[in-house]
Each structure stands twice: as structure tokens, then as C-alpha cells.
Write a protein that binds this ligand. Structure first.
Ligand code: BYC
Ligand code: FE
Ligand code: FE
Length: 475
């Protein structure tokens, strides 16, 4: 079933009405979700009409419909990619067996944990971005923020559906808990580190959607290989939505750079204070934001050696990025992979069993993908004749998870002592002064076609609409 049924209370393409018990359970969760959206979703936005896309079909061709929607009326629902009746498990110890339509008892706890962890990130990001609408640099950007927020809400629905359908009472309890944990809450925080950090301003938002939504891309790609077919199908569809989130981040940072380069050229200066005085964000601040978001995001891949990761893979729960395109045996027993470790103040590489290093394998795939976009950012500077380049910091910089946690490392990969770290931290990570400066630029600019002074307009609008289209009607 590729077309989505919108006549029901919960839009879906999973024949929800044929399972009354499940339908009732989800309809019971729905008002709690809406209450969470009103309490924790985008601040002050409930009465706005927003030009949003909604899924109408799960095939790659023309799945989206664009129209004005009040966000609390957004048709959040359950959309799984089409089923392949002949799908086989393509990695691990069950390789070659038919994909599972139900959860095998022995993998129940691990699958539930993974689905809960995935689900937890989605509302967390909405909470983190809750206040950004008040300081949007344009109506175009405001609409993109809201689009991302409603889709992250839908990603929560995707995981809650799996919990309700396949995990019984435990699943229903987990679905409630997903609405109760809160980003940054000291007593009941979100599960993963990056999702308890603040997203205080739009530069942070663009870095988050570039780097952290890209963790989403890689984790969802790994889950899209799962032997548990409903998880594979739902994450496959989520990936089609993720592309836009990363686009918002990549193009957002590009536009910031474009504006900064323009100011630097006009004033013929690379002095950060002069750039700031002219109302643009200096390149040093942009690099420090990048360093922060990159390092907290690569922590999301987990410990570099993890027996969980080995079990997830061998038992068929979670594959690698683009598992199907790889030419090895897809079982990986007896193979090794290089991970980093610090011994006597020196960073060394050591070979470990690959199955235990699969978090690191996925992290390295993520790193390659991230670096490519940073090079595209550098093209903006190059074209403007600015010699400075952005770089991603060393993998061991500012890490909190795994063997590299707590090591004092410069962004260019030197192990440094406490004294050097303390002296130079403010060159490497955003400072209170950086945050205060960026915050000082954040004012609400929402007249159609108008843009804040620290960011260039986009090349084109959304859904082939002009850049000065009325993307949000405030009513
Ligand atoms: N912060 O053996 P390890 C997205 C915990 S983003 C705090 O390495 P494992 C999105 C870990 O839970 C995609 N704790 O763990 C983006 C474990 O705890 P317990 C999200 C952490 O299981 C933007 C312990 O440390 N999806 O969709 O191999 C906007 C030992 O670690 C962290 C997923 O992550 C951390 N960073 O790997 C919106 C996919 N890292 O059990 C949405 C599902 C690890 O000892 N999750 N820990 O108490 C997974 O596959 C795995 O849970 C992880 C962790 C890869 C995250
Ligand atoms: Fe998501
Ligand atoms: Fe996303």
C-alpha cells in the first residue's frame, strides 16, 4: 500500500482500522502527543498557517503535498515504505533467512531499546528548537524550522507505532515515557548526550541540522537494513524526510558564510571584531560552533568498542550503512578494524575485532559524509577570495563517549596538557562571549523576502515558490 489513508483519525498506510485494539491504543496516545506538542513544540506558533509539506504517498515519486496548515492540525501518521514480500536478511547470523514480520522473543529487549533510543531523539530535537521561531532570520527560514519540527514529531510517531504494535504493555509504557523525558531536564533527561544540549540560536540550529540530523541519516540507514522488517520499512521512509533537514543545515551555514565573506570583502578585513561590528558572524566563531557540534555528534555513535554493537549486528537487528553495497561476507567474524587509543600520552591505532567496532565503522562513514559538505562550505569562501578554510576537528577532540572520552586534544590532533587546554579552550570551543554575540544578532525578521543582516538569502524558495513567498501567515 503506497497511498496513505487520510480519512482516519490517524493517517496511515498500515491498515490500522483492521486492528481495533492497536488503533484504540494509538488513539489514546494521540491526545497526550498533542498536549506535548502544545507544551513543548514551537513556541507561540499554534495559530499560524504554515506552508508545509505532508506525505501523501510513500513512493519516491511525488510523495509530498504542500499547503497551509496550522501545526497542531498537521496530519501526523504512520507511513511505512512498501513491503518487499521476498526480502531476505542480508547480514549477520540470520543472513539469507526471510526478513521478520514479528519480533523474535530473544531479540525483544534489544530491539525495544534501540527503537526507544531512536524515538527519544525526535521529540528531543523539537524541544531543543522550541524557542528559535521567536528569532527567525526570515519567513523562509521560519517555515523550514517548522517543517523540520513537524517531521521530527512524525518520526516519533513512527517509533511509537512499532512500540505499540510489537511490544505490548512495555511498548505502551515506553511510548508514554517518550513524552515525559525532556531535553536538558536534570531529573528526566533525554537518553543521548547531544539531545540534552541547548540549541540557543540559528547558527547552532544550522550546525545541528547539518551534523546531528546527519547522525539520523546514518543511524536510520543502519536500521533500514534491520531483519525486523517493520523497522526497516519505517526508517526507509523517515530517510526521505531527513534529506531536507540536512539541506537546511548545509544551505544555512553556506548562507552565513556568504554574508560573512561579503562583509569581509567590503571592509577589506579579517579582523573578527570589525566583522562583528558590521553585524556578520566572524569565521572564528563559525569554526568554534562547528567544532562543538561535530564533536558532540560523533559521540552519538557510541563507544568505539561495544559488545552491544556486535550483538545488534550478528543478530540482524542493525546493519551497516549501505550494507547491500558492500562486498565482504556480511558476517565479519575474524575481521578487524582500527580504533584509536591513548597510551602514555600518545595517540595510537590498534586493531580490534570488527564486530565490536561497528559503532566506529558507522562513525567513520559519517565523518566522510560530513567532511564532503564542509568542503562545499569552503567553496563559498574560495569563490569570495577569502583564504581561511573551515575544517572538522580531530576525531578525538572534545569527546565524552568511548575510549577517547576526556582526553585533552587540540582540534588538529595533538594530545595537550591541562594547562594548554585551559589556555586555548576559548579558541577551540564557543565561549560565553561567542554565544552572547550570536544571540545579539538574533532578531525576528519575518516580512516576506526580508533577511537578517548576518545571513544571505537562499538561491531559491520552497516547492518552486519565490523566495519572498508568504510561507507563514500569522493571522
Ligand atoms: N550519550 O556500548 P555503547 C536522530 C550509552 S539521531 C549518552 O557504545 P551502544 C535525530 C549507551 O546507551 C539518531 N549515552 O552503546 C537527529 C550505553 O548505555 P547503557 C539516533 C550514550 O548501544 C536529529 C552505554 O553508553 N538513533 O535520529 O553500542 C534530530 C554504552 O555505550 C551515548 C540512534 O542512535 C551518548 N552519546 O550504542 C532528530 C539509533 N552513546 O546501555 C533526530 C539507535 C552511548 O550501558 N541507537 N551511550 O546504559 C543505537 O543504535 C545505540 O543505542 C547507540 C549506542 C549507537 C546510540
Ligand atoms: Fe528524525
Ligand atoms: Fe531530522
Amino acid at each position: 500500500m503506497s497511498t496513505i489513508n487520510y480519512s482516519e483519525k490517524i493517517p496511515n498506510n498500515v491498515n490500522l482500522s483492521e486492528d481495533r485494539t492497536l488503533q484504540r491504543a494509538l488513539e489514546h496516545w494521540q491526545p497526550n502527543y498533542l498536549q506535548w506538542w502544545r507544551d513543548m513544540g514551537p513556541e507561540g506558533s499554534n495559530s499560524f498557517d504554515v506552508y508545509l509539506r505532508t506525505a501523501i504517498n510513500v513512493t519516491p515519486e511525488g510523495w509530498a503535498n504542500f499547503d497551509y496548515v496550522k501545526m497542531p492540525d498537521y496530519r501526523w501518521g504512520i507511513f511505512l515504505a512498501q513491503q518487499d514480500e521476498n526480502r531476505k536478511v542480508n547480514f549477520g547470523e540470520h543472513k539469507g533467512e526471510a526478513a521478520w514480520q514479528e519480533v523474535p522473543g530473544e531479540h525483544r529487549a534489544n530491539l525495544r531499546r534501540m527503537i526507544v533510543t531512536q524515538g527519544d531523539t525526535e521529540p528531543a530535537s523539537v524541544e531543543q528548537q522550541r524557542h528559535l521561531g521567536l528569532t527567525a532570520p526570515s519567513m523562509y527560514d521560519l517555515r523550514n524550522l517548522y517543517q523540520i519540527n513537524v517531521e521530527e514529531g512524525r518520526h516519533l510517531w513512527a517509533m511509537v507505532y512499532l512500540l505499540h504494535k510489537h511490544f505490548g504493555r512495555d511498548g505502551r509504557e515506553e511510548a508514554e515515557a517518550l513524552l515525559q523525558r525532556q531535553s536538558g531536564d536534570a531529573n528526566n533527561p533525554r537518553i543521548l548526550g547531544a539531545f540534552n544540549e541547548k540549541t540557543p540560536d540559528w547558527l547552532a540550529f544550522f550546525m545541528f541540522t547539518y551534523f546531528t540530523d546527519r547522525d539520523g541519516k546514518f543511524q536510520l540507514s543502519a536500521l533500514a537494513e534491520s531483519a525486523f522488517d517493520p523497522l526497516a520499512r519505517t526508517t526507509k521512509f523517515m530517510l526521505t524526510e531527513e534529506a531536507h533537514h540536512m539541506f537546511v543545515g548545509e544551505s544555512g551555514v553556506s548562507r552565513v558564510l556568504q554574508r560573512t565573506a561579503q562583509v569581509m570583502n567590503e571592509l577589506k578585513t579579517d579582523d573578527p571584531q570589525k566583522v562583528r561590528a558590521a553585524g556578520a558572524i566572524d569565521l572564528g566563531t563559525i569554526q568554534r560552533y562547528l567544532n562543538f557540534h561535530y564533536s558532540v555528534t560523533i559521540d552519538l555513535f557510541g563507544a568505539d568498542q561495544s559488545s552491544n554493537a556486535a550483538i545488534f549486528y550478528s543478530s540482524g537487528l542493525k546493519g551497516r550503512y549501505e550494507e547491500g553495497k558492500r562486498t565482504d561476507d556480511h558476517v565479519l567474524k575474524g575481521q578487524t578494524y582500527k580504533v584509536l587509543e591513548v597510551v602514555n600520552g600518545q595517540l595510537i591505532e590498534k586493531d580490534v575485532p570488527m564486530l565490536n567496532a561497528l559503532n566506529e565503522v558507522l562513525r567513520d562513514d559519517f565523518i566522510k559524509d560530513s567532511v564532503a559538505g564542509v568542503q562545499r562550505w569552503n567553496k563559498v569562501l574560495e569563490k569570495a577570495g577569502i583564504p581561511t578554510r573551515l575544517t572538522v576537528p580531530h576525531k578525538a577532540f572534545n569527546r565524552q563517549i568511548g575510549a577517547l572520552a576526556g582526553i585533552k586534544m587540540s582540534p588538529d590532533g595533538r594530545v595537550v596538557n591541562e594547562a594548554e587546554w585551559a589556555a586555548r579552550k576559548s579558541e577551540w570551543l564557543p565561549t560565553p562571549d561567542d554565544f552572547a554575540f550570536v544571540a545579539s544578532l538574533m532578531g525576528r525578521v519575518v516580512d516576506p523576502g526580508k533577511f537578517a543582516g548576518w545571513i544571505a538569502p537562499p538561491v531559491m524558495g520552497i516547492n518552486r515558490q519565490p523566495v519572498d513567498f508568504e510561507y507563514v501567515r500569522f493571522g
